[in-house]
Every structure is written in structure tokens, then in C-alpha cells.
Design a binder for this molecule. Structure first.
Ligand code: NDP
Ligand code: OXD
Length: 316
């Protein structure tokens, strides 16, 4: 049997987690750590990467497949010298499940006025706030891919009226869907907007003042809420801060930011109606990542098509 091709690992994750996962991964393959400056990567055919060093393609000129350490691949598609080879995205049940947990948690937090109650708690204030039910609100999900489709199902289980928007129209039972050309109609129905879009030239800056102004006003929460766990490059933070200040938006939950980490001077930190998490909505499980990459390598070496390959023209 021919020797299995070596694999480069360049993941800007916790080294301890990587080492623990490697203990039972890539049996029979040489693993080359890009972080080791002396390592010879010239014969490597595969690389498993998350925000790799910019000289990856010079050090490993014979790569045949790239495996992204995350579901998003925007950071790969903008790398200088990116060779014309397949890029496999990370698609994983646990990643999907944890993202839906985060989305449902945020939608429920705004429904049940968690930011306002936490403020009252800090002031030792006993005051009941008006309480709509989930069914009184329409959650509009932008991005109906692997993550968006799971999130809409789980939001529905919680009782929300759910609608969705994606480039191509989707058929999802019990969910009204809109295609790329129907954005305004979708926004006009939406009380809680959830962003689960990849960052591409089309989606960069899409969450801006003009879009926020098209969301439904006067719904059961009074003002619309914006939730984003896709990519920060899709939101115009100055517009977001303004919309939260002038009452176009009633609140937000943000996991992703234009620049990460979010600067200490961002006005978003101090807004009472904003919930911030540090790009932690759904982190990749490194063991699952290596298992997935291994499965794809075996498919590739057996002559079977790779799965979850990025469409470079679409950018995701
Ligand atoms: P998918 O590729 O499966 O889905 C992307 C969805 O976005 C598709 O429905 C696609 O439409 C839609 N879309 C893309 N471009 C446009 C556009 N221009 N107009 C309308 N719709 C568009 O991705 P995933 O669901 O797996 O992941 C989505 C994103 O979530 C990732 O790219 C990543 O950025 C982010 N993410 C964030 C994490 C975090 O912890 N915060 C963790 C994991 C992912 P169509 O169906 O028609 O192709
Ligand atoms: C991802 C992410 O893309 O963690 O998987 O953001």
C-alpha cells in the first residue's frame, strides 16, 4: 500500500487542544506543524488551517487540498498566492448544534428582556416588564445554509414565527423563504434579524443603516433586534451604533465584529441593550475537525469526490 501523504497543521487554536486531538488523529501520516520553523513541508499534499501564516504556500508548494478549521473560509480566499486547489469547509453536527443553541439563546434573551432585567437586578429594582410570547414575533434568518437551516428549525420549536432569506430560494417546511431579490419584503416582516451569512464581496457591509431601516417597526417588542454570528465584515458598526442610539434598533446580540478582538473603545461594549460574545458562538471541535479531514483525505486518495468544497466564484 502506498504511504499516506503528510499533512500540515497550521491552526491558530489552543496548542494543548491540537496536541490532544492529534494523539488519535492521522494514523499513518506524518503531521507537520507549520509553527515549527525548521520543519520541511515541501512534500506535503494537505493542510488543515485556521488563519495560517502567510508563507504557507511558499513552504508547502505541493498542496493538493486545503481543509478549513472553521465553517467560514473568507480568511483563506483572501490569502495572497492561494493556489487553485480545492478548499474543504468544516461541516460538523456539533458545530451546527452549538450555533443553533447560541441563536436560540439570543432570540429568547431579547424576547424575555434579559438585558433589561439584568439592568434592573444591578439597581435592585423589582419591576415586571411586558411579556410577549415567541409566536408574536417573526425571526428572519439571513443565510439558510448548514447553520441557518438548523437554526430556523430550532427557533420554530421554541414557537417563533420564522422566515428565511438566501441567495437561492429554499423549501423548508413551515418556514416562508425569500430569495436574494426579495430582501426588502423579507425585512419588512422581520422583528428579530439573525445573520448567518458568510463574508463575501456581496455580503460585506450588508447590515447597514439602509437595511436596519427596512426592518419592521412596532412589532411585539416595539423595535427590531439584530443578532449576528456570521461575520463581522458584514456589519457596518458605525451604522449599528447609530441605529441602537436613534431607536431604529431596540437591541442586538453580536458574536462577530469588523475587527476582532473588539476594541476596548467600541461604544458597543457599554450599550445596555447589546449582548456581546467573543466570536464564541460555535468554536470548532478539533477532534471532529481532524476526523472530518481524515475522512475527506481517504475519499480523495480513493478517487471519490471531496465533500463540502468551497465554490470559489460564490466565495463560500
Ligand atoms: P453555508 O455555506 O452552508 O450557507 C451560507 C448561506 O448564506 C447559504 O444559504 C447561502 O445562500 C447564503 N448566502 C451567501 N451569500 C449570499 C448572498 N449574497 N445573498 C443571500 N444569501 C447568501 O454556510 P454555513 O451555514 O455553514 O455558515 C455560515 C457562516 O457562519 C460561515 O461562513 C461563517 O462565516 C459563520 N460561522 C460563524 C461561527 C461563529 O462562531 N460565529 C461558527 C461557524 C460559522 P444559498 O443557500 O442560496 O447558497
Ligand atoms: C467558523 C468560525 O467559521 O468559527 O467556523 O467562525
Amino acid at each position: 500500500m502506498p504511504a499516506k501523504h503528510p499533512v500540515v497543521v497550521d491552526l491558530k487554536f489552543e496548542r494543548r487542544e491540537i496536541d490532544a486531538a492529534l494523539a488519535s488523529a492521522f494514523t499513518g501520516r506524518t503531521v507537520l506543524h507549520a509553527s515549527d520553523p525548521g520543519v520541511d513541508m515541501s512534500e506535503a499534499r494537505y493542510a488543515v488551517i485556521w488563519k495560517p501564516d502567510p508563507d504557507l504556500f511558499q513552504r508547502a508548494p505541493k498542496l493538493e487540498v486545503l481543509f478549513s478549521g472553521g465553517a467560514g473560509v473568507d480568511y483563506i480566499l483572501t490569502m495572497p498566492g492561494l493556489p487553485d486547489i480545492p478548499i474543504v469547509r468544516f461541516v460538523d453536527e456539533s458545530l451546527t448544534t452549538r450555533m443553533s443553541e447560541w441563536v436560540v439563546l439570543q432570540a429568547l434573551s431579547h424576547l424575555r428582556q434579559v438585558p433589561a432585567y439584568l439592568g434592573q437586578q444591578r439597581e435592585r429594582q423589582w419591576r415586571e416588564l411586558s411579556q410577549p410570547e415567541a409566536k408574536d414575533l417573526t425571526v428572519g434568518v439571513m443565510g439558510l445554509g448548514v447553520l441557518g437551516q438548523d437554526a430556523v428549525r430550532k427557533l420554530k420549536i421554541m414557537g417563533f414565527d420564522v422566515i428565511g432569506w438566501s441567495r437561492g430560494k429554499k423549501a423548508i417546511e413551515g418556514v416562508e423563504t425569500f430569495d436574494g431579490g426579495e430582501l426588502d419584503a423579507f425585512l419588512a416582516r422581520t422583528d428579530i434579524l439573525v445573520g448567518l451569512l458568510p463574508l463575501t464581496p456581496e455580503t460585506r457591509g450588508i447590515f447597514n443603516a439602509s437595511l436596519f431601516a427596512k426592518l419592521r417597526q412596532g412589532g411585539a417588542l416595539g423595535k427590531p433586534v439584530f443578532i449576528n454570528a456570521g461575520r463581522g465584515g458584514s456589519q457596518v458598526e458605525s451604522d449599528l451604533v447609530a441605529a441602537l442610539g436613534n431607536g431604529i434598533l431596540g437591541g442586538a446580540s453580536l458574536d462577530v465584529f469588523e475587527k476582532e478582538p473588539l476594541g476596548a473603545d467600541s461604544p458597543l461594549w457599554t450599550k445596555d441593550n447589546v449582548i456581546i460574545t467573543p466570536h464564541a458562538a460555535s468554536a470548532s471541535d478539533v477532534r471532529a475537525l481532524f476526523r472530518n479531514a481524515e475522512t475527506q483525505m481517504e475519499r480523495y486518495e480513493a478517487g471519490d469526490p471531496l465533500q463540502h468544497v468551497v465554490d470559489r466564484r460564490a466565495g463560500y
